[in-house]
Ligand binder design. Sequence first.
Ligand SMILES: [Zn+2]
Ligand SMILES: [Zn+2]
Length: 377
Amino acid sequence: MNRDWIEKDFYKTLEVADSASQEEIKKSYRKLAQKHHPDANPGDSAAEERFKEISEAYSILSDVEQRKEYDQVRRLAASGGFQGFGGGPGGGFGTGFGGQQVRVEDLQDLLGGMGGLGDLFGFGSRGGRSGPTRGSDLATELAIGFEDAAFGTETEVVLEGGASCSKCNGSGAEPGSTITTCPTCGGQGVVAQNQGFFSFSQPCGQCHGSGRLVEDKCSQCRGSGTENRRRVVKLRVPAGVKDGSTLRLRGKGAPGQFGGPSGDLMVRIRVAPSQRFGRRENDLTLKVPITYSEAALGTKIEVPTLNGGVKVKIPAGTPSGKTFRVRGKGISPERGRPGDLLVTVDVAVPKKLSRDEKKILEQLAGHETEDIRSHLR
Ligand SMILES: [Zn+2]
Ligand SMILES: [Zn+2]
C-alpha cells in the first residue's frame, strides 16, 4: 500500500461511482486514457500528469483483490482511522505520515485484523513491534525557477516530523551505554523452531526481533531511535528537469526504527513558467514580433536564449507565424540530446502611423501587384 490510497480518490480519477462494475471501470479508463495520452497531447504536461493518475487509479481498481483492499482503506480513512495522516506541521501528507501523529502501534492494531494490509505496510507478519522497521517513504514538493530547471541547481527542502534521534544518532541507546548482539538469536532477530518436518522462524523473545540488546535506552527517544524535529535535506536537481516530475532520494525519508533502514523521500518538482520562453520537452519556444518591411525585405534579428543572444536570419518574404529552428539552443538535459530554440515570428501591424509612414504606404498600395485573394474566387 502507499500513501496515495489515502490521499487520492481513484474512483473520482476514473470518473466512475464506487459501485461501478469492473467492466464500467475498464470502459471509462479506455476513454480517459485515449483523451489524455501523451501522444495525443505532445508537450502538455498537465495531460501527461492526468494520464499518469488515470493509469495509477486503473492499476489498482482493475485488480479485484487490490480494489477490495483499497475500499477497506477508504472505509477506515472515512471513519477517522487514519487521522493525522494529512496535516503534518509542514503541510503535505509526507510530514504527517513520517511524523509521530500516527503511532506505528496504532496502525498495526488497526490493520492487524485486515488480512494482508499489515504486510503491505512493511510490518510483516512477525508482529515484532520492536523489531527493525524500515522508515516510511515521505513526499514533498519543491518549487524552482524556470532557469534552475533548465540548468539544474543545488537546493534543499525542509521537513518536519520523524528524524533520527539527535541524542543517540538513531541507535536507541543512551550515549555511553553499550549495545550488544543478542546472544539468543545471534543478531538475526528471529529464532528457528523445529516442529516435526517443519522449521518456523519466530521473533526472538529476548530482543523482541531487534537482534540487539541495549543496556540503557536513550532517554530522549525512549529507545526508538527517532524523534520529531525539523531537518534540512540537501538535493541536486538535474538540468532539464520537467514540471511535475518526481525525484526519489534514497534513504532520506522517515528514519527506520530499531536499526531499520530509512525510507525514501519523493520530491515533486514544480517549475515556474518563464516570462519569455515556452517549453516543449527540451525545446524552448519564443514569439518575436517583426515589422512588415522586415518580413518582406528580410533581415537578421537578435533573439534571446537562456544563455545570451543569438542571431536569426529572416529571409525576404517570410509569412507571419513562420517558425525558425535554432539547433541546440534549447535546454541541455543532464542526459540526452539538447533541445532547440523555436522562434516564431509575428508580423506586427502598427496601430498608429506617422504622416510620412502613411504617405509611403499609400504609394506602396498603388504599386502592389500580387493578387493575394485570387484563391478565394
Ligand atoms: Zn534476539
Ligand atoms: Zn535517542
